[in-house]
Design a protein. Structure first.
Length: 357
């Protein structure tokens, strides 16, 4: 995995994480079997929820450990990294329902999938209510399983104790950040500073900083090590989510698996939108503001994209992404992390902030 043994292989690592997730879910089959076909359907959707993806959280956890120079128990470390992907899947299932997103990675989101099953079977009651209940329960189950997989990863309690403290903080931050996001959307108002706070707690910390912390804690990190990971991971996590916000408006649906301008249709008050509202003319800002959260035709999406771009908001966010990435990489290069870890983390930083999906 380093220049001193073999080169880091993203695809191979993702395959190892997927294998651990598949093994873990396979162990749930006999436990859930007595519940019959309904439990089988729930487990099958869990498999869909954890299939694919970039595995950034798992990778940053892995290299958070390796950065400190300790030889890992590879199997235990990959299982611990995979626990973060269960946490991520939980957040996505809940997020898709709260945002009213119909698709995820080009497939129907969980609540849509189960609502369609209900409607197809001709069951009683509203199909949408059934879909919502199923998504809430699956998200909760994935969250519970994330904790279980980490605890059973194979590490001793001497390091699992501190690691669980990181994991607890991570879950608290992301759930509270999600509530802040919901509240901001309900108020239909957010300046750039508020949008950055939402971004930091809903996504940035749990996407990169906390995975680095989790890996470091499993390696027996000191407070100084954790601080060094924050100096790199927090600004990088913010840049990562800002890139996601840009893709939510300007991304190619064929690549992202989401409809064009999906964040606009969902009415998300992102940093990009907040910048546009602050910079656009009064008429353009009013049009953008009243269009957020409504069904938009392709031409309307294009018009709103034009407002955001011509206002200078897109350039401002791109500049912020560059500045935050530079800040993160400067911290990384000045750290005392293992040279091989610095090399791989630099590549991961580029992948996280320059992606198209």
């Amino acid at each position: 995995m380093t220049s001193s043994d073999t080169a880091w292989d993203d695809d191979a690592f993702r395959a190892r994480v997927q294998a651990e997730l598949d093994t873990f879910l396979g162990r749930q089959v006999p436990l859930l079997a007595p519940l019959g076909d309904d439990a089988t359907r729930l487990l099958e959707q869990a498999r869909v929820s954890v299939a694919g993806g970039k595995r950034f959280r798992a990778a940053f956890c892995y290299w958070g450990f390796r950065a400190l120079g300790f030889p890992p128990d590879e199997a235990a470390l990959v299982r611990a990294c995979a626990s973060l992907e269960l946490l991520h899947a939980s957040a996505l299932v809940h997020d898709d329902y709260m945002d009213g997103s119909d698709t995820r990675r080009g497939r129907p989101s969980t609540h849509v999938h189960f609502a369609a099953e209900h409607a197809s079977a001709g069951w009683s009651g509203p199909a949408t209510t059934y879909g919502a209940a199923a998504a809430i329960l699956l998200g909760d189950l994935l969250l519970s399983w994330a904790d279980e997989l980490l605890r059973r990863s194979g590490f001793g309690w001497d390091v699992l104790g501190p690691a669980m403290e990181v994991f607890d903080a991570c879950r608290t931050e992301v759930i509270a950040g999600q509530f802040l996001d919901v509240s901001v959307q309900a108020r239909a108002s957010a300046d750039v500073e508020t949008a950055m706070t939402v971004l930091r707690y809903k996504s940035a910390k749990y996407s990169i900083e906390r995975p680095l912390h989790l890996g470091a804690a499993l390696a027996g990190a000191s407070a100084a090590h954790l601080s060094a990971h924050t100096e790199f991971g927090l600004p990088l996590g913010e840049a990562f989510q800002l890139r996601d916000d840009v893709l939510g408006v300007f991304g190619d649906p064929d690549v992202t698996g989401k409809p064009a301008g999906d964040d606009l249709v969902e009415g998300k008050r992102t940093v990009l939108v907040a910048e546009a509202l602050a910079r656009a003319s009064a008429a353009d800002a009013a049009l953008l503001d009243r269009s957020l959260g409504s069904a938009l035709a392709e031409a309307e999406v294009e018009r709103l994209r034009g407002i955001i771009s011509s206002s200078g908001a897109l350039d401002a966010v791109e500049a912020r992404i560059s500045a935050l990435t530079d800040q993160a990489l400067t911290a990384l290069r000045s750290s005392d992390f293992e040279p091989d870890a610095i090399e791989v983390l630099t590549a991961l930083a580029d992948a996280a902030t320059q992606r198209s999906v």
